[in-house]
Design a binder for this molecule. Structure first.
Ligand code: KG4
Ligand code: ZN
Length: 336
């Protein structure tokens, strides 16, 4: 079965063709990063306009790369949330239009679920129960999967998402946008022990996250140095922040493992492409626990994960109505 997946929830216009939920025939991603860079972050209005411009060429390219035509497609899937409303609407409406015109089944996909599902695409024999952690620009969600697409929330962020924290710290350090890859690169030259950043302590024994205090501590640290006319140690700050972020995420994952007695962990979302975090986690988890990350190109936003997730929903008989609307605040729960 050939599924055309479409992803436009944020600033990447992507279309992919995936065969039987496992074989990627094409995965075209057109990034708007160069446009938004000038503004230091995503400008929603510009993002949706750019999606309108790019969506048809991107779909055409995905078909061309897969060496097929629209007549060969068996089903069409698109992200319907969470994300930027204007951006979501572009991919969703194009998918609905093709579905209607061609009489193809349509499947709406939860973006957060797709990020986790990228693991099943990369490792087809992987099976629950497992702990899942979505770490992206807009989300930090720790969940327990008793089976595929069945989630129990264990922890979530109380303020900034982890990717957002990377982006904001990069902004404070005037390093550019998007912050994640830039911080990772700068951190390589810095000392992760150089700056003592605050630890987050909640009163209850929660698995929730908080990153805004660390970001604020960095903001004041930098302000203070600048006030004294000193040189901001950007690389040391980047390394110390990245280390702190890795420690917090690892600590929660370890707690989740022991809470659920699970021996497998999957990660997904843009921040899971961070190689320092990957090796930090691998070194800290018990040796009998397996940890899985999607391939680097499947960590950040892409449509292959959307098409793969749709395959699973099709197997479960979960098709969507053409009345499905975009849901910018959609949570990581199975929408029935
Ligand atoms: O999953 P994603 O592409 O889009 C969302 O769903 O948000 O994630 C984007 C986020 C951005 O905040 C970006 O800075 C972060 O992922 N990111 C990284 C890295 N690559 C992307 N964060 C840390 N290290 C990276 N290498
Ligand atoms: Zn994403």
């Amino acid at each position: 079965m050939l599924i055309l997946g479409i992803e436009t929830s944020c600033d990447e216009t992507s279309a992919a063709i995936v065969k039987d939920g496992e074989k990627i025939l094409s995965n075209v991603v057109s990034s708007q990063v160069e446009i938004h860079k000038k503004f230091g972050g995503i400008v929603p209005e510009i993002a949706s306009r750019k999606h309108i411009e790019m969506i048809i060429p991107v779909i055409k390219e995905s078909l061309k790369k897969a060496n097929i035509g629209l007549q060969d497609i068996d089903a069409i899937a698109a992200t319907f949330g969470p994300g930027l409303l204007g951006s979501l609407l572009v991919g969703l409406n194009v998918a609905k239009g093709i579905s209607y015109a061609r009489g193809l089944p349509f499947i709406g996909i939860n973006h957060l679920e797709a990020h986790l599902y990228a693991n099943f695409l990369c490792y087809p024999s992987l099976s629950p129960p497992l702990i899942g952690l979505v770490i992206s620009g807009g989300h930090t969600e720790l969940v327990y999967l008793s089976k595929k697409r069945k989630y129990e929330t264990l922890g979530t962020t109380r303020d900034d998402a982890i990717g957002e924290a990377f982006d904001k710290v990069a902004k404070i350090l005037e390093l550019g946008y998007p912050g994640g890859p830039i911080i990772e690169k700068a951190a390589k030259k810095g000392d992760p022990e150089a700056i003592n950043l605050p630890s987050v302590h909640f009163k209850s024994n929660t698995l929730d996250f908080s990153f805004s205090g660390i970001k604020t501590a960095i903001l004041y640290y930098v302000k203070e140095i600048k006030k004294r006319g000193g040189l901001v140690p950007k690389e040391d700050i980047a390394a110390s922040f990245q280390m702190k972020a890795a420690q917090i995420l690892t600590e929660r994952v370890l707690k989740a493992i022991s809470l659920k007695g699970t021996k497998k962990v999957i990660l997904g979302g843009g921040v899971s492409s961070n190689l320092f975090l990957r090796s930090f986690l691998r070194n800290k988890i018990p040796s009998d626990v397996e940890i899985f990350f999607p391939s680097l190109e499947l960590c950040t936003d892409n449509a292959a994960m959307v098409a793969a997730c749709a395959w699973q929903k099709i197997k479960e008989g979960k098709f969507s109505s053409l009345f499905l609307n975009a849901q910018p605040n959609l949570k990581l729960v199975v929408e029935e």
